[in-house]
Ligand binder design. Structure first.
Ligand code: NIG
Ligand code: FE
Length: 402
């Protein structure tokens, strides 16, 4: 029989309903086998419940574990030099066109040993975990040939094996055109399509992503990747409408995309397609901030159309070298004008949906016992403190992490 654990003396922010924080003061939770079985006011705890172990949470705020549903955590090197160039006036797309940008990280990633990639990615994942993240998506996309993409996906899988958090992996082989295929984008896409069944067979990817942009791939090329993903039985996502509107979100939604991400230039047709297709809008304020963008994603239109909004760090060396989930929450509010409750839903229940996960993101019976105790008095403080709001204590599948 599995251990039955009681957690008491918490201010719960359950997000259990479709709106509102779902606050429960003087609350308790009971978990068994890593799953929540009972959540409510301590005064209503069923009598005569046999308990094997008990945690006193000291009156702290407890939220669902944070879900970072969009990261590029596995890569070699960094791009601080490019950051300086951009501060001096160079554009992100210009740097990419000159062979820098994503391709400079591809060179550094290919040169890095498996152990280096793993050790660096593990440090980054630990920082996320310390910040309250209990489920983390990690994309490939800096290998850009079969062997290196596989290597990066294996490193990502290994992070999920050595750390207690859940890791979902996404293959982003259609991220940029590797130098050996210069001028032959269609041939590269043919190769990418041929890799997908093998990735599925080896269980290396939980989803397939691509970058639809003038500096990356067009919608016809992306559609071929989506068809191959469908053939391999893998769900899709898309980096869409980040720097311009090419109609990628519409296409992705038609393929039932779990999410479309970035979306600063998303138009009304894209919003409507996402609402119809059930795709989550993943907004990435770190990239917006770091690239000093001015075009805001259409938050109001997304809200009005009922498209679930998620927030993620987009951690990567080029456009968002950030490792603080609570800074993402803060930026979602300050830059994109999300309400604090929308921001928190965006890094819990809606982010889980963007990964195709429905067993987490709320505190309710039947959900995984992934939650975080924060030294705070109200969940709006998670968005208010700029960055880390004091040390938090994550519990994953009911067990404390320290
Ligand atoms: O999500 N937009 C494309 N990909 C990444 C950035 C990659 C890079 O610059 O290394 C992003 O922002
Ligand atoms: Fe990204």
């Amino acid at each position: 029989m599995s251990t039955r654990t009681l957690y008491r003396d918490a201010l719960l922010c359950t997000l259990a309903g479709d709106a509102g924080w779902g606050l429960v003061d003087n609350a308790a939770m009971v978990a068994e086998g890593g799953t929540l079985r009972w959540v409510g006011a301590a005064s209503e705890l069923p009598a005569h419940l046999e308990i094997d172990e008990e945690y006193h949470l000291g009156g702290t705020l407890v939220t669902p574990g944070l879900v970072d549903c969009h990261t590029h955590l596995v890569y070699g090197g960094h791009r601080a030099d490019e950051f300086e160039l951009r501060l001096g006036g160079a554009g992100y797309a210009d740097i990419a066109a000159a062979g820098g940008g994503i391709l400079s990280t591809v060179r550094a990633t290919r040169m890095a040993s498996d152990e280096r990639l793993f050790a660096d990615a593990r440090e980054r994942a630990m920082a996320m975990l310390r910040g309250g993240v209990t489920t983390l998506e990690i994309k490939s996309g800096y290998g850009l040939d079969f062997a290196h993409e596989v290597r990066c996906l294996r490193v990502a899988r290994r992070i999920g094996e050595v750390l207690p958090l859940t890791v979902r992996t996404t293959c982003l082989a259609a991220h940029a055109l590797p130098p050996e295929y210069a001028g032959q984008a269609d041939a590269y896409i043919d190769h990418v399509c041929s890799w997908l069944p093998r990735l599925a067979e080896q269980d290396l990817a939980d989803a397939i992503d691509a970058f639809c942009e003038a500096i990356a791939f067009d919608t016809a090329q992306i559609e071929r990747v989506f068809k191959a993903a469908r053939g391999a039985g893998l769900p899709v996502k898309l980096h869409a409408e980040q720097l311009s509107c090419l109609g990628g979100a519409e296409l992705a939604a038609a393929y039932g995309a779990l999410s479309c991400d970035h979306l600063e230039y998303l138009d009304a047709a894209g919003v409507a397609a996402m609402a119809a297709g059930g795709s989550v809008a993943v907004l990435l304020p770190g990239a917006f901030y770091f690239l000093r963008e001015t075009q805001l994603p259409p938050v109001r239109a997304l809200r009005e159309a009922g498209v679930p909004i998620a927030l993620a760090s987009d951690h990567n060396p080029g456009s968002s070298p950030m490792l603080s989930p609570t800074l993402v929450l803060n930026m979602g509010c300050t830059l994109f004008r999300l309400r604090p409750e929308e921001a928190l839903r965006g890094m819990t229940v809606n982010a889980a949906q963007a990964l195709g996960l429905h067993d987490r993101g709320r505190l309710a019976p039947g959900q995984r016992a992934d939650f975080v105790a924060w030294p705070l008095n109200h969940p709006n403080e998670l968005c208010y403190w700029i960055g880390q709001p004091g040390a938090c204590r994550p519990f994953i599948a009911g067990a404390p992490w320290s």
